[in-house]
Ligand binder design. Structure first.
Ligand code: MN
Length: 733
């Protein structure tokens, strides 16, 4: 039977989106023609592979150009006579760029390497893709290859599965495409640890068999409850994926019975508020497991995943996880970045699209970077690694360097011995000046000679990486002591001239000796050596010389000294503090908030100097503070006040408060409380119920707030609820 686009077109039609079917059909014929006579390992005609990849792309509802590129993705690589130029003429520049991107990715080598190297590989992958659709097509390509991996040799299977687990599944995860991520992981695990895979599958079957109706019953119970409240919902039950159980068991070293979210139900409701209402109802129906509540709606995960999670205990003590979200949150959870194509079809690149793409740039950023980056992407372009480039060694290892780095940076990144003996560089096989700025994707080879006299001081001016600078300085420190000292002496002399002309030699020497002592250096020569090789910056020495001269002046005029000190103290008072608290006389000290009284901005406060952990801040009215001030330790208590900015950082809730609510055991009380908090956009970080005296329950909720006034407003609002019999703030009377 000949390959046909029948299935592909039916998927496209189901999507309800508009496609240029004529163009897609043409791309199919073009690919079929180019691959004619080629066969896959399984023996089937090659065209089935690009066709299947196009079908998977169609399931993600990628656009016409992406589907064409999927059909054409292997022809430049594999088919003589096919060229990018040809694709451009036939299908336009956009399709050509996508195919080109896919072809380049094939060239990235992968071997069994360490985690750090793999992280670089992932980044390089992203950096080289440029257009996000390239990565999505590549993921579909990999998914099809994994589905058909059985026909490869065993060694090849292992390598491809490993690469899938280390590079492709994490990429799918970062892009938030759970569907593809889970299938890739599951397929890869079957090849990497077939015994472990089967073992867990067996356990799941047994456990599921024992509680066959458990999930069905839970779904029914919850469904009835939600209907009672006339809520719109849909509800699904599931068991956790084999790979996520595998990971929990082997990475976190848990036993099969310790996996509490083995069973899960997912409730989809029609609004954010309804999520919290449903949560309240669930907590009324079942006991919640402490510490398992997560509010990813008010605090989304880095890949923009949003949902409420809680684990509760069902009949016969079987725990299960409940996830509550809206349809939109669900689409993003399943399809991540691809949800953009799937559900926002009619939209052309406008503001809405830019907004959607903002979070993509955030989730693609390396984890170490802060999340509040303001840069965002122009539509469909990936330009996120602006500050890093990725180049290869001739052996195919990836080296990460700061943007603007040259061959010298590369040489020192390999080894200081290579840098120190460097005489030239080859970029992509051609000799180039060692100061040539490198680009992502280049293969770089360093030429060395044992006759080299070592690095030049001028290199310090061209290298970009701190590593290269340090290593060059290190060489000078060791090899050129005399030269350094001479050089530094004349430089320092110039600085003295600038600051205070005509200072007597012995005075200069006294100042330099003081400075060297401050640096913990043995001799003046050591200090000069450090300055000479750049270990201590001349600009710092300049400041220190000036300080020393001022100090000796001041010593002669004590009144002036006092004035400067007070004004400096006053300046300190005005400084902003990151914790939102200013501690008298202490700058930048570590501040923590006492748990006994949880002070909030607006409260009168006092600091306690702990033994070894900065300053602990209490309310002035806290019993500990009162006792402390009356005790022998009174010296440890110091004045503290709130900085002007405390609690006011843009919408951020920076403090936790625990509310203890005594509530009537009425149906709907949990729901109305969580709804009220949701309406005020108060994030809930923990929630717990406990039966209390007859007809009442004690509810403990930890919420994020901005300060005392904010808390008071929340309390006012909650007090309006008649079912709340008593409210207490944790740590307060
Ligand atoms: Mn392929």
């Amino acid at each position: 039977m000949a390959a046909s686009t029948e299935r592909l077109f039916s998927i496209l039609q189901e999507s309800g989106k508009r496609y240029d079917t004529e163009k897609i059909q043409r791309a199919f014929y073009y690919a079929e023609e180019a691959h004619r006579g080629q066969f896959r390992k399984s023996g089937e005609e090659y065209i089935y592979h690009p066709l299947s990849v196009a079908e998977i792309c169609a399931e993600l509802n990628l656009d016409t150009d992406a589907i064409c590129a999927a059909l054409l993705h292997d022809i430049v690589e594999d088919c003589p006579g096919a060229s990018l130029e040809g694709i451009k003429t036939e299908f336009g520049g956009d399709v050509m760029v996508l195919v080109d991107g896919l072809t380049k990715l094939v060239a990235i080598p992968f071997e069994d390497k360490e985690e750090e190297h793999i992280e670089n590989l992932r980044k390089m992958f992203l950096a080289m893709s440029r257009d996000i659709r390239v990565i999505l097509i590549k993921l579909c390509d990999r998914l099809h290859n994994m589905r058909t991996l059985a026909s490869h040799l065993e060694e090849k299977q292992r390598l491809i599965a490993l690469e899938t687990m280390h590079v492709y599944a994490p990429l799918a995860h970062r892009l938030g495409i759970q569907r593809i991520k889970q299938e890739l992981e599951s397929l890869a695990l079957q090849y990497l640890d077939p015994i472990g895979y089967e073992e867990i599958r067996g356990w799941i079957d047994t456990k599921y068999g024992e509680n066959r109706n458990f999930i069905e019953n839970v779904k029914k119970e919850i469904g009835e409850k939600l209907s009672e409240q006339s809520m719109e919902y849909s509800i699904k039950g599931r068991v956790k994926s084999i790979y996520s159980i595998y990971r929990k068991m082997y990475r976190s070293n848990k036993s099969f019975d310790e996996i509490y979210d083995f069973y899960a139900v997912r409730i989809i409701v029609d609004s954010e508020i309804a999520c919290y209402t449903a949560l309240g109802l669930i907590h009324e129906m079942y006991h919640s497991m402490p510490g398992r509540f997560k509010d990813y709606i008010s605090t989304p995960k880095p890949n923009n995943y949003r949902s409420l999670h809680t684990t509760v205990i069902g009949r016969a003590g079987v725990p299960f996880e409940v996830q509550i979200r809206t349809m939109e949150m669900h689409q993003i959870a399943e399809y991540g970045i691809a949800a953009h194509w799937k559900y926002k079809s009619g939209q052309k690149s406008g503001d809405g699209m830019n907004k959607k793409l903002e979070w993509i740039s955030m989730l693609l950023e390396s984890e170490q970077k802060s999340m509040d980056s303001e840069e965002y992407l122009t539509p469909l372009k990936i330009d996120i690694f602006e500050d890093e480039i990725f180049v290869f060694t001739p052996k195919g290892d990836v080296v990460t360097l700061p943007t603007g780095s040259c061959g010298i940076d590369f040489a020192y990144a390999i080894h200081s011995g290579v840098g120190n003996k460097m005489v030239g560089v080859k970029i992509n096989g051609a000799i180039a000046p060692i100061t040539t700025v490198l680009q992502t994707g280049q293969i770089v080879e360093v030429l060395t000679s044992s006759a080299s006299k070592g690095p030049s001081r001028d290199w310090l001016k061209v290298v970009k990486s701190g590593e290269a600078k340090n290593k060059i300085r290190g060489w000078y420190k060791k090899e050129k002591r005399e030269e350094n000292i001479q050089l530094a002496k004349s430089e320092v002399d110039k600085e003295f001239e600038k600051i205070s002309k005509g200072l007597p030699e012995e005075e200069k020497e006294r100042i330099m000796l003081t400075i060297s002592k401050r640096h913990g250096l043995e001799s003046l020569d050591d200090l000069y050596n450090s300055i000479g090789y750049g270990g201590i910056a001349l600009s710092k020495i300049h400041v220190k010389i000036r300080d020393e001269i001022e100090r000796s002046h001041a010593a002669q005029t004590p009144v002036a000294l006092e004035v400067t000190q007070t004004s400096q103290a006053a300046k300190k008072e005005l400084k902003k503090s990151s914790s939102g608290v200013i501690i008298e006389g202490l700058d930048n000290c570590q501040v923590k908030f006492a748990k006994c009284c949880s002070p909030l901005p607006g409260d009168e406060i006092i600091g306690y100097i702990t033994r070894g952990y900065g300053v602990s801040v209490h309310k002035f009215s806290c019993p500990h503070a009162k006792e402390g001030l009356a005790s022998a330790e009174r010296d440890r208590w110091i004045n503290a006040s709130w900085a002007q900015n405390a609690g006011e950082e843009k919408g951020h809730t920076t403090y936790n408060a625990t509310l203890l609510l005594l509530v009537a055991d009425n149906i709907g009380v949990m729901a109305s409380i969580s709804t009220a908090l949701a309406e005020m956009r108060i994030p809930i970080s923990a929630i717990n119920t406990q039966a209390s005296a007859a007809g009442t329950s004690l509810l403990t909720i930890t919420i994020g707030i901005k300060g005392r006034d904010h808390l008071n407003a929340i309390l006012e609002r909650l007090k309006k609820n008649k079912e709340i019999l008593q409210i207490r703030v944790g740590g307060e009377k």
